[in-house]
Ligand binder design. Structure first.
Ligand SMILES: [Zn+2]
Length: 345
């Protein structure tokens, strides 16, 4: 067979070597100089937090990842510090009274006006110390290893205000410096849970955030990181069709029509329930059921290695993705996990 330039894995399809999520964190050599100035962070006392309803867990370890969230609430146009205090109180009330948590879930909150406030009590004191970690509640199954920042607003289709962006860069750089966390370990909530958070727009800017933080810290910019796509109700493309074939391979009866409708949502939800997969929803001024969204916790339950000549629903899922890219499957290659991620990127 003639090998065309567009044959899969043979020039037209770039497979970049990167650390996938779950790989060991890369420690960063920050050096002697402390390059990043400490940002102004308003404490719980300053914004008038309620007392926590229980003991704050302070772990004798540093967090591994810095996680970016959006609150999924209103894109307010009040950019004052008073408003930043107000949303801090609203989030705390919601987390304590509705979610039943002991305190605010996230460690830090960043307002659209660029004001940073402390979330869970003791987060600022412990961050300044740089050796321990206040365990929060913002990324299910990963709270012992992540420090989370809730950014005020909903960034599914609009970009963040410049003031929010600037304060986010400075804050993340300071956290990175305090804990020696490399910019490569900056993640979005959806890199851990099947959630839309932090929104398509803000999530799409994480590579830029890693670069800006690296520059602020005076360390090299990281390579891109592999991830799994987030698919939700209303999506209509070849990735949805591939997902549907994979679900069919697992015994779910639904049509592989490429449209993410109610039957796909229900199947993904049942898959998550059957595997004990949860998601810690972020504060939301709106109520969106994300329990059937397909994301980082969904795909690994479904994909399997595919080789040329394989048949069946899993192979059909791969074929859909390969065809959509105008590629052909080189007969001596296999589609392993990193390749699935590249095909779904
Ligand atoms: Zn989130």
């Amino acid at each position: 067979m003639a090998v065309s330039r567009r044959d899969l894995f043979r020039g037209g399809f770039t497979v970049t070597a990167m650390s996938a999520l779950g790989a060991a964190a890369t420690p960063v050599a920050v050096g002697e100089a402390r390059a990043v100035a400490r940002p102004r962070i308003y404490t719980c006392t300053e914004w008038g937090a309620r007392a926590a309803n229980g003991t704050i867990d302070v772990l004798d370890r540093k967090p591994t990842y810095i996680v970016v969230h959006h609150t999924a609430g209103t894109n307010a146009t009040d950019y004052t510090v008073e408003h930043a205090f107000q949303i801090s109180r609203e989030i705390q009330d919601f987390h304590m009274d509705e979610r039943g948590w002991i305190d605010t879930g996230q460690q830090l909150t960043n307002s659209r006006g660029g004001f940073v406030t402390e979330g869970r009590h003791r987060s600022v004191e412990i961050l300044d110390g740089g050796t321990r970690h206040v365990q929060g509640a913002n990324v299910a199954d990963h709270n012992s290893e992540i420090i989370g920042i809730e950014n005020e607003g909903l960034y599914t289709s609009v970009d963040v205000p410049q003031a929010l962006w600037d304060s986010l860069v400075q804050l993340v750089a300071y956290i990175g410096q305090q804990y020696g966390i490399a910019p490569s370990e900056i993640r979005g909530h959806r890199d851990f849970n099947a959630t839309e958070c932090p929104g398509e727009l803000l999530y799409g800017r994480l590579p830029e955030l890693r670069e800006a933080v690296a520059a602020a810290m005076g360390v090299p910019a990281p390579e891109a990181t592999r991830s799994w796509p987030l698919l939700k109700t209303g999506a209509r493309n070849e990735k949805v069709q591939a997902l549907q074939h994979l679900l069919r391979a697992h015994g779910f009866e639904l049509q592989a029509d490429g449209t993410f409708g109610a039957s796909t949502f229900a199947a993904v939800r049942r898959l998550a329930e059957a595997n004990g997969v949860t998601c810690q929803p972020c504060y939301a001024g709106r109520s969106v059921d994300e329990s059937g969204f397909a994301g980082v916790t969904t795909w690994p339950l479904l994909v399997r290695t595919v080789r040329a000549g394989d048949t069946g629903e899993v192979a059909r899922a791969a074929q859909v993705l390969i065809a959509a890219r105008g590629l052909r499957f080189a007969p001596d290659r296999v589609i392993d996990i990193p390749t699935w991620q590249d095909l779904l990127a």
